[in-house]
Design a protein around this ligand. Sequence first.
Ligand code: GLN
Length: 417
Amino acid sequence: MDVDASIAAGGAGPLAGMLVAVKDNFCVAGHDTGCASRILEGFRAQYDATVVRRILDAGAILVGRTNMDEFAMGSSNENSAYGPVLHPLDATRVPGGSSGGSAVAVAAGIVHAALGSDTGGSVRQPASFTGIVGFKPTYGRLSRYGLVAFASSLDTVGFFAAGMEDAARMYAVMAGHDPLDATSAPRAVEDPLPPLSRGVAGLRIGIPEEYVPGSLDPEIRAALDRAAEAFRAGGASVRRVSLPHAKYTIPVYTIIAMAEASSNLSRYDGVRYGHRAAGGVMAATRSEGFGPEVKRRVMLGTYALSAGYYDAYYRKAQRVRRLISEDFTRAFEDVDVLLTLTAPGTAFSLGEKIDDPLQMYLSDTFTASANLAGIPGVSVPAGTDARGLPIGVQLLARHFDEGGLFAAGAFLEAARR
Ligand code: GLN
């Protein structure tokens, strides 16, 4: 009613009436922020995250917070103190993670859009598993003020929508400098709406050969080939490129993400936020409050940062991160957009990987490199497998070329209709 009145009066914001869900790691003033962790039990946010404030000011209606992997650590949404999120098409499968709740809220048609966070693929991978659009902007493009930190050199705000146009509308409202976030880029934002109808004529697209291993399931691979064919038909050129350090993505991501997480999570000491064990002892609070995956990462991360091991692990990982990043810089001299699969498979079964952390971490093989390099990426629906489960392809672009992703993504979306 209020929205109708504001539209009639001509004063409606660009997101007027849009229903939006928010991942449980964003602050919304007066509401609980729990990161799906026991340790934040009872914590209530005092202020709005900047992106939350901006979508509210634009007329969006927040309908609730969504389940996630604890502190955004996971690829299946099974690491949650609230219990797992189920896939909307098959309740025996996972929706991906860590922003699984947000992905499902959009995929199931409960909301028009949802906020997530993407540190290694947590928006793109669940978008791929659930058949929707998942967008991760350039590092520094969207303010992280009010987003609970996981791994600060990798964390970005991301978002889900059923299609590219809604995604562009969300982005247009949220992007732009925020003085409250020191990592926020003071740089003008390109309007994402015109690129939606730009097409791909003359666009140079590269497929990194390291992202198409021989072991890839042929069904999944066929989706990549179809996307490449659609781009060619639209007037783009498609060629093979090489990102020679791609094989180090997961080891480097894992060390850096765990090291930074161990430092960021040291603030949960039972004194300042949420849960406190009886007697208030810090070790007991953390033992009770954190789940197994968070504990594993805090321990491994602390180890990687400790005197004597710092050079061998963290510093070495930072050096290789530079090489991975330079691979992208070089590739983007010859092409404008990179095309890959978003994930090496479709939605897997509940419990299938939970006892095998390495297999779980490999879900992010194609996504985590964008976080290491800080470049923008989007997962776009690209068909289904024989079981009817969605497959997503990922598009990556140069720093701050979100426009290129909106153009290529919208083209692909239209080509499938
Ligand atoms: N799945 C990855 C991890 O477990 C990425 C998580 C994320 O992007 N938040 O770390």
